[in-house]
Design a protein around this ligand. Structure first.
Ligand SMILES: *Cc1c(COP(=O)(O)O)cnc(C)c1O
Length: 229
């Protein structure tokens, strides 16, 4: 079941790549496994999934410790400063950095652990009140400040687009995120690259891929609905 779902999503990514002249190897599928039991993750792992997305620190760390060593865990949810220390060295990429104070704590904890932590800047391109993320117009100055932190490396941008029935409605937001990345890249800031565009979820991942997503974060279409209160 999970295996079939994964294959369907991989097929969808391939179609979107074909349509937009992209190489399917440039798109990483992140299986968003938040709230799902370990056996579901193992089933996905057996079917070839190696990248998992979680939005709570404790859950990510628990699963990280129990899954095979080559499973990679992405922190995709809002991150509180006091929880950063548990994540360092365990999350392969933190997708949700939207303010300098958080980046500074990641710096401090990474330095302590003797590692460099890769992050993405979360941008609220659609300017939804309910979402985290910096605004588009503030992203360049945020990236510039973070670039001075030696143990933090900005690798690209992430956005959570609005929930929609028809993914086409979000195309504008994916275009906007990609354009922002191109603008930031053109500044050639030391210690900053714009190689990663983390955008697209169950409702709109195909559209995101045609607009340049290099990581899509898909949960429901792989693992089914989440039973959360
Ligand atoms: C839950 C979540 C997803 C996956 O959403 P689905 O609609 O289930 O595919 C992707 N990104 C983030 C940040 C999430 O919190």
């Amino acid at each position: 079941m999970i295996k079939d779902n994964l294959n369907t999503i991989r097929e969808g990514i391939r179609e979107a790549c074909d349509k937009s002249g992209r190489d399917v190897n440039d798109v990483t599928l992140i299986a968003v496994s938040k709230f799902k039991p370990l056996e579901d993750l193992m089933e996905a792992y057996e079917a070839g999934a190696k990248d998992f997305g979680e939005n709570r620190v404790q859950e990510l760390v628990d699963k990280y410790e129990k899954m095979p060593k080559d499973a990679r865990f992405h922190m995709i949810g809002h991150l509180q400063k006091n929880k950063v220390k548990y994540l360092i060295g365990k999350a392969v990429l933190i997708h949700s950095v939207d303010n300098f104070e958080l980046a500074s704590v990641i710096q401090k904890e990474s330095e302590k652990a003797g590692v460099i932590t890769d992050i993405l800047i979360e941008v609220n391109v659609a300017k939804e009140d309910t979402k985290f993320g910096c605004f588009t117009e503030d992203a360049l100055s945020l990236v510039t400040r973070i670039s001075k932190l030696p143990n933090v490396r900005v690798k690209g941008l992430m956005t959570i687009a609005p929930y929609v029935e028809d993914g086409e409605e979000n195309r504008q937001h994916f275009v906007a995120l990609r354009q922002l990345g191109i603008d930031i890249d053109s500044q050639n800031i030391d210690n900053v690259s714009m190689d990663i565009y983390s955008m697209g979820m169950t409702c709109d991942y195909k559209v995101a891929v045609t607009e340049g997503a290099t990581m899509v974060r898909v949960g429901t279409a792989i693992f089914g609905e989440r039973n959360i209160i």
